[in-house]
Design a protein around this ligand. Structure first.
Ligand code: 3MF
Ligand code: MG
Ligand code: MG
Ligand code: MG
Length: 385
């Protein structure tokens, strides 16, 4: 009946259901919720875990004893309600110190402070049991490139990530790091704007095996890109270490809509891809309730994210068992034994392939049946199959 259980591995950030509706033009529309209360409510709804930035839980100016009291209370709530913390991350974007970048600031003092803050936050995550550490470089970017720092910034970014990977290994934390690309907002242009750019950058790091990506539906969509394709590329590279699920209208401001709220068909192909590929990490929702909503709306939002995922998972199962869809899919693919030989490279096969004749007109005339296949998919999604 699409009621989630911890086995479904749904997670939310403290900052997601805790979002109070503040935006650049208006004040909060909801009261803040305490972390232990969020843990209790998410557990009641059937979530598996909760993720956090350091300052979602511990205020940036907390004393060591305040920090310890807050963390103790939070751990008690986790154990009372059976929730885990699979992922942790650092807030390197709210404080004015980071206004022109954290790891990529042109001010070496800011860069060192960013490392210090991240190490403390990694300590916190490790204490809470997190195994994945996310880097979203919200302020790593520019509005004007008169700074002339583009190449330096990438080098500083690399040095920062290398340093933190060393720290993690040295401490025995065993983190896997996930870079989260976003094209813009809050900076005019953010470095490593897409999944593809992050994948490329990872191979320039000292320990690339420790780094993967944390793609977000809204982020690729804001750039006008196809999120499902980006996730497929991450899976193909063995780099899907985490995922941020939400929704977004293309090329608008960052909306963080409820999963499936806007691009239901893409959400279906995404769920199908995740399930078919055997992705076994958390299904993390990085989204928030509409600013119009009260607390009841927040829990309707959270329940909705999980229910929609489960309904689409069920649809994916039906899709793979639908005889007509499977026949259309089988007809779409054409194999040829003789050509399979010739396209395995050897000098002789290459010569034979060059001499082979193809009926180019016939190849161009063939209708692959995609209209019918897609329509069958739509009808299945609408519950009419
Ligand atoms: C912003 C984001 C971030 C990251 C988070 C790390 C505040 O658009 O998506 O959420 O996800 O900092 O997970
Ligand atoms: Mg986001
Ligand atoms: Mg956001
Ligand atoms: Mg995110």
């Amino acid at each position: 009946d699409f009621t989630p259980t911890p086995a479904d591995k749904f997670t939310f950030g403290l900052w997601t259901v805790g979002n109070t509706g503040r935006d650049p033009f208006g004040e909060s529309t909801r009261n803040a919720l305490t972390a232990p209360y969020i843990v209790q409510k998410l557990a009641e709804l059937g979530a598996y875990g909760v993720n956090l930035h350091d300052n979602d839980l511990v205020p940036i100016d907390a004393t060591p004893s305040e920090r310890d009291r807050i963390v103790t209370e939070f751990k008690q709530a986790l154990s009372d309600h059976g929730l885990v913390v699979p992922m942790a991350t650092t807030n390197l974007f709210t404080d004015p110190a980071f206004k022109d970048g954290a790891f990529t600031s042109a001010d070496a003092r800011v860069r060192a402070f960013a490392l210090q803050k991240t190490m403390h936050s990694m300590d916190l995550g490790a204490e809470l049991g997190a195994k994945t550490y996310v880097f979203w470089g919200g302020r790593e970017g520019t509005e004007v490139d008169a700074s002339g720092k583009l190449l330096d910034a990438l080098q500083w970014y690399r040095e920062g990530l290398n340093y933190l990977a060393e720290y993690s290994e040295h401490q025995g934390y065993g983190y896997r790091f996930a870079l989260e690309p976003k094209p813009n907002e809050p900076r005019g242009d953010i470095f490593l704007p897409t999944v593809g750019s992050a994948l490329g950058f990872i191979h320039t790091l000292d320990r690339p095996e420790l780094f993967g990506v944390n793609p977000e539906f809204a982020h690729e969509t804001m750039a006008g890109l196809n999120f499902v394709h980006a996730v497929a590329q991450a899976i193909d590279a063995g780099k899907l270490y985490h995922i941020d699920l939400n929704d977004q209208k293309m090329s608008r401001f960052d909306q963080d809509l409820r999963f499936g709220a806007e691009n239901l068909k893409s959400a279906f192909f995404l769920v199908k891809l995740l399930e078919d590929s055997g992705y076994d990490g958390p299904r993390h929702f990085d989204a928030h309730a509409l600013r119009t909503e009260d607390e009841a709306g927040v829990w309707a939002f959270a329940r909705g994210c999980m229910r929609t995922y489960l309904m689409l998972r069920e649809k994916a199962r039906q899709w793979s068992e639908d005889a007509e869809i499977q026949a259309a899919l089988a007809a779409y693919r054409v194999e040829d034994e003789e050509l399979a030989q010739l396209t395995a490279f050897s000098q002789e096969n290459a010569q034979a392939l060059k001499n082979r004749t193809f009926d180019r007109q016939a190849l161009g005339r063939r209708g692959p049946g995609l209209e019918q296949l897609d329509q069958l998919t739509v009808e299945l999604l609408l519950g009419l199959r």
